[in-house]
Design a binder for this molecule. Structure first.
Ligand code: KIV
Ligand code: ZN
Length: 510
């Protein structure tokens, strides 16, 4: 098979962001997009511009500020959606409009309430309209794998006639097996492209049966030259194809797939960690390529083998995905040692940010004997989180055990004021009691949508990252904190989420 280029289309910021409980701010999206550019993916699907003003703003910021990858926006088959998508991506160096329409009987009849002829017409008009704006137009027949193949292929042919340059075949509900999918893609390749080399066939697989990566990779043999995925495999329901798994599969098994990717694999782990932190979705310990245990060897035989020769049990070099670390700091590390560690990690801080991060590091080093790279990165990230404080938690005390009702007392100040107020709450456990006390302090009664504690490292003194998502009056806000004390970290994360609601002015005090 000739060496071919495989286009990596990353949809972390669109399909990935559709995962339940994820609500990224435009700034967070921009941070992820910049990291995806460092990873050198080829296309970033930055969002669905017509979905809301916030989405529009997020996509246009990325189009204006991120250089390198093509920036795409999703659009339904309506003139408004296409105009809006173009308006958002037009600032990019290179941009794409990604038009989709459902072609399966169940979607057409039950969801769209459109006949196949109407669906066909909407596709023709929409691809034509998108082509007036750009020569880079992608078309996706949604739910392709449950569509009548003849009709689905006819829509793709019509899209190509109207000028679509990428035909993406979504396994929207993760229904296909690798064999089904490769057969379908082969038909698309033969019947839609008919030998043309200026149109790309693409995959978009969901993971409902755990087959997303396998289906996407198998399609390479049927001529697919673009794979769509999301970092850490996040997305609707069970998620999408994992971008990082695809990159490493085709890199490690180039002999088998015969395609090349332009990605900078050393940015994989930093990208994965960033996405996990900002979305609040933890990475499964044994997740391929990026999991905490992906390069950990537990049994004596394995450890012995790896010490003699890494390749006895490792098919990828951890360094090649950015997964190694030699940095360990402790309470005796001074400013110079701290600065040196930051330099090794390519972290550049302004003077005041440096001072703040150093203080946070010293505080943590008083509680923890050794601080490694992951912990150091966590300290720096949290040193920078600057959610304006409507309320500030000055201190907290908790009381719990086997035979007492868990009780928490928090001391808070408001705005820039220094006057302290004290509130007490009780609950099912010490975290619950802390949240109860903080709700009283804020005067809000939010619903707790999500609460997660993710250890940054292991051990009894492990530092943990706490993620909290609350909802009030239809608005969701998240809060995060790190601490070696889970209850204290939970309290601080909850305060940050409460401040998010209070600052947005959506909180109606109860
Ligand atoms: O899963 C899907 O069908 C999609 C399309 C919008 C491409 O995400
Ligand atoms: Zn999808």
């Amino acid at each position: 098979m000739p060496q071919d280029q495989l286009i990596i289309f990353d949809t972390t910021l669109r399909d990935g962001e559709q995962a339940p409980g994820i609500a990224l701010t435009p700034d967070e999206k921009l941070t992820i997009a910049r990291q995806l550019a460092r990873l050198r993916v080829d296309v970033i699907e930055a969002g669905f511009a017509a979905a809301s003003d916030g989405d529009f703003y997020g996509v246009s910021q990325i189009a204006k500020l991120v250089r390198g990858p093509v920036i795409a926006s999703l659009a339904r088959c309506t003139p408004d959606d296409i105009d809006r998508a173009h308006d958002a991506v037009r600032h990019a160096e290179r941009h794409r409009i990604h038009v989709f329409q459902s072609t399966s009987p169940i979607h057409m009849e039950r969801m769209l309430r459109m006949t196949p002829a109407e669906v066909m017409q909407s596709i023709i008009e929409s691809v034509r309209r998108a082509r007036r704006y750009t020569d880079d137009v992608e078309f996706s027949p949604q739910d392709a794998t449950r569509s009548d193949p003849d009709f689905m292929i006819a829509t793709c042919k019509a899209a190509v006639r109207e000028g679509a340059t990428t035909i993406n075949i979504p396994d929207t509900v993760g229904f296909a097996t690798p064999q089904d999918y490769v057969e379908l893609l082969r038909r698309v390749y033969d019947e839609v492209l008919e030998g043309r080399d200026d149109v790309i066939v693409s995959t978009h697989c969901h993971n409902d049966l755990g087959l997303a990566v396998a289906n996407s990779l198998t399609a390479i043999h049927a001529g697919a030259r673009q794979i769509e995925g999301a970092i850490n495999g996040i997305g609707e329901r069970a998620g999408n194809t994992s971008t990082e798994e695809v990159i490493m599969a085709v890199t490690t098994r180039q002999d088998h797939f015969g395609v090349e990717v332009g990605a900078n694999t050393a940015e994989i782990v930093p990208t994965s960690r960033l996405v996990s932190r900002l979305t609040g979705y933890p990475i499964q310990f044994n997740k391929a390529v990026v999991g905490r245990n992906a390069f950990a060897h537990e049994s004596g035989i394995h450890q012995h083998g790896v010490l003699r020769d890494r390749e006895t049990y490792e098919i990828m070099d951890p360094e090649s995905v950015g997964a190694t670390s030699q940095i360990v700091l402790g309470k005796h590390s001074g400013r110079a040692g701290f600065a040196d560690a930051l330099a090794k990690l390519d972290i550049v801080l302004e003077d005041d940010q440096f001072n703040e991060a150093f203080l946070a590091f010293k505080e943590m080093a008083d509680r923890k004997v050794e601080i490694n790279e992951q912990e150091l990165r966590a300290i720096i990230r949290h040193g920078h989180r600057r959610v304006p404080h409507t309320i500030r938690m000055v201190s907290m005390r908790v009381h719990g055990g086997t035979d007492v009702e868990p009780t928490a007392t928090v001391v808070v100040t408001r705005g820039e004021g220094t006057e302290t107020e004290e509130f007490t709450g009780t609950g099912g456990g010490m975290v619950d009691a802390t949240f109860a006390a903080l709700k009283k302090a804020s005067g809000l009664e939010p619903h707790l949508l999500d609460y997660r504690v993710v250890p940054v490292t292991s051990g009894a003194d492990a530092m943990a990252e706490v993620n909290v998502v609350i909802q009030l009056n239809g608005m969701s806000r998240s809060g995060r904190a790190i601490s070696t004390d889970v209850v204290e970290g939970s309290g601080r994360a909850f305060v940050e989420a409460l401040n998010g609601v209070l600052n947005a002015g959506a909180g109606v005090p109860v």
